[in-house]
Design a protein around this ligand. Structure first.
Ligand code: URA
Length: 176
């Protein structure tokens, strides 16, 4: 199946049509990425533009992408493709509807590193992990890095994230 076919399937599925009147936000970036960032769900700006991480969190994520030097080698997806009403947290049932598509996106993109942004992404890949701060900034299985969501750092003045990104930097500096 081509990427475009997968995107069309997602848009027409219960995942892509979860909340009537909202956009189905599939992703942005390169289809041959070294790094895939997995967020939670679109916010208001993302719902309006149909593109993930274009609001304040996205501005910080763009700084992380430059810091890592992967400006043309990243892709960004979300666990949920639609914005939950009132920006509430997704329920586990909603996450279950969408994650088969997240798996299909990852199988197509085949990144070297998967970065979980926040606890919903962390819980999908690592259901037994509970404390995001305790798990953040470590390389797991040579493929995953968990990070606090960019909004966590924004609430703290937008600083203090560099050290969390070091394991990603170090893997990217090694030849494959
Ligand atoms: N937060 C997310 O988790 N995803 C987005 O696309 C925007 C904000």
């Amino acid at each position: 199946m081509s990427w475009d076919e997968l995107c069309a399937r997602i848009s027409q599925s219960p995942c892509g049509q979860m909340f009537p009147g909202t956009s189905c936000v599939i992703g942005r970036g390169s289809l041959t990425p070294d790094v895939v960032f997995v967020g939670e769900a679109p916010g208001a700006a993302e719902d309006e533009q149909g593109i993930p991480f274009v609001g304040r969190s996205g501005q910080l994520l763009d700084r992380w992408i430059s810091f890592l030097g992967v400006d043309d080698r990243f892709y960004i997806v979300n666990v949920l493709k639609c914005r939950p009403p009132g920006n509430r947290n997704p329920t586990s049932a909603e996450v279950s509807v969408c994650t088969p598509f997240l798996n299909e996106q990852l199988a197509f993109l085949r990144p070297r590193i998967i970065v979980c942004l926040g606890r919903f992404a962390m819980r999908f890949f690592f259901p037994s992990k509970k404390n995001i701060l305790a798990e953040s900034g470590k390389l797991i299985d040579n493929r995953f890095v968990i990070l606090p969501h960019p909004s966590y750092f924004i609430r703290r003045g937008g600083t203090g994230w560099e050290e969390y990104l070091e394991p990603i930097k170090s893997i990217l500096s090694n030849p494959e």
